[in-house]
Structures are given as C-alpha cells and as structure tokens.
Design a protein around this ligand. Structure first.
Ligand code: ZN
Length: 277
C-alpha cells in the first residue's frame, strides 16, 4: 500500500500534474499527492520536476541527465549518482519553473522538505506498525523502512530509464516477441510520452490509459478533484497525421497544437460526476 501511494505521488503528482500539467487538481488533491510524493523519498517536487523538464528538453542528447541512449544501467543507476556537468547546471537554471513557483503546496514542500522527509518518509511508516499492531522494531525498520523505500525508489527511477526496457528498439524486428516485458505490459507506447507529454494517459511504464495512475486520475475527475484532463482520441490522431503530411511538420508538434486547440472536446469516456448524482 505504501509503495502504491508513493508511486502515485510521483507518477500522478510530480510527473503528470506538476511536470507536464496534463490535468488540474484541487488543493486537497495536491496536498494528498505532495504527501505521497514525499513518502517516495525522492527529492522535492520542485527539484524533481526541474530535472525531469531538463530530461525532456534535451532528450537523448549529451545534455540529457538520464540519456537513455547510453543504456539502461546508465539511465537507471549511474546517472542518478552523477553530478550534473557545469553545462547541464547552466541549462537547469534556464528551465522555466514559474508555474511551480506560484504553487504554494510545491513551495511549502520545497522549503520544509527535510522536516517532511523525516516525518512522512521515515518516522510514520516505521513507527505505526510497532505502535499499533505490535510489529517488532527490527521488522518494521528493515521491511517498512529500507525494503519499502528501496522498491518504491527504483520504481520511480524507472520513469527515466523504463524507455530502455519497455520501448521498441529501432531496427529491432524481433523485439515484439523476444521481450518478456511485452507480455506483462502489452504495450510499447512509452515513446509516445516523449511525443505528447501533456497527455494524462501516457503511462510511465509503457501502458496507455489502462495503468493504475490513469485510472486514479479518472476517479479523481469523477470526484471533482481533478479537472481539465488533457488527452487525444482517434479523431485527433487522424487530424494530427493529416496536418503532419499537409504541413510537413513533426507529429509531436501537430499533436501538441491540436491538444491545445481542442481542450474541451477532449475525452468523453472518463467518469463524470453527474453519473453519481
Ligand atoms: Zn515526462
């Protein structure tokens, strides 16, 4: 449960809400997601988003801090232990963070991050089982402390490295049936996230729309906690492909343009509050 909550905090919160603005959230949902993101024990939302935006902006170049072209080991393990180069630091400073700077919840978490980290990430998960259901301190420390934190930490690191695992390999004709991950995930759509990062349904681990985070956002929309969910439908994809051919523009640009234009006709299939009235 704690691993699920921390993953939701990073995927639905830091990633889809704050980094890509793929939907809007009420204050109560933001507070919930901020606490869940803190539980994951990563850095603050502000720092995470800034680095993620740098990753998108310079995707697969030398300036990408998680450059997936250097392989899974690099983007998952090595990159997270390397300091940014002076050139990357300079580009990081240039990342536009004005939207997050106006977000009181993000700035509160940034200011008190270490205090929240000690309380939410360490003390509460380790202390509660000892206090309320007689768990031994050693079990609680190693399982709910280190093991839980380790698993959720690596799950969230996958956001930057999963493209090496779940994605189609260029020129690799055997990848469809040789990659076991496909049978678990049934999708290689992870590249789509880099084409339309504003689509709330782009799964971090390769799924599209049917993953836990997309469902969580739809439930929040039904409860009127999330609004303005941005996504595409087949009609928009068709329009984007026509635009792409007519204007000879990249598909990413056409999708982004249509996504911005047809905000209110997006998605009719998610749960609507009226169904519950
Ligand atoms: Zn992203």
């Amino acid at each position: 449960m704690l691993i699920l909550l921390s993953t939701i905090g990073v995927t639905a919160g830091a990633h889809r809400l704050w980094a890509h603005n793929s939907y809007q959230a009420t204050t109560s949902l933001k507070i919930f997601l901020m606490l869940c993101q803190t539980l994951a024990g990563q850095t603050s939302i502000y720092n995470w988003v800034r680095l993620h935006r740098l990753h998108h902006k310079y995707f697969q170049t030398e300036m990408d801090p998680f450059n997936p072209q250097k392989g899974f080991i690099y983007s998952h393990f090595i990159a997270n232990n390397l300091k940014l180069s002076p050139a990357q630091e300079k580009l990081l400073e240039e990342i536009d963070m004005s939207d997050l700077e106006q977000d009181k919840i993000v700035m509160f978490q940034k200011k008190y991050y270490w205090f929240l980290f000690v309380i939410v990430t360490l003390l509460l998960p380790i202390n509660a089982p000892v206090e309320y259901w007689d768990e031994t301190i050693l079990n609680s420390f190693f399982i709910l402390g280190w093991l839980r934190l380790g698993i959720s930490y690596h799950l969230t690191l996958l956001i930057h490295s999963a493209i090496n695992v779940f994605d189609l390999k260029q020129m690799d004709r055997n990848s469809y049936d040789s990659n076991a991950v496909f049978f678990i995930n049934k999708s290689y759509w992870i590249s789509y996230h880099y084409m339309s990062p504003w689509d709330y349904q782009t799964g971090e681990y390769g799924k599209y729309g049917s993953d836990c985070t997309s469902k969580f956002i739809r439930v929040c929309a039904a409860l009127e906690l999330a609004t303005d969910l941005k996504t595409v439908d087949s009609e928009m994809i068709r329009e984007a492909l026509t635009l792409c051919v007519d204007e000879k523009k990249p598909i990413e640009e056409c999708l982004t343009r249509l996504g911005k234009k047809s905000h209110d006709k997006l998605l009719k299939h998610y749960l609507t509050p009226s169904k519950f009235h």
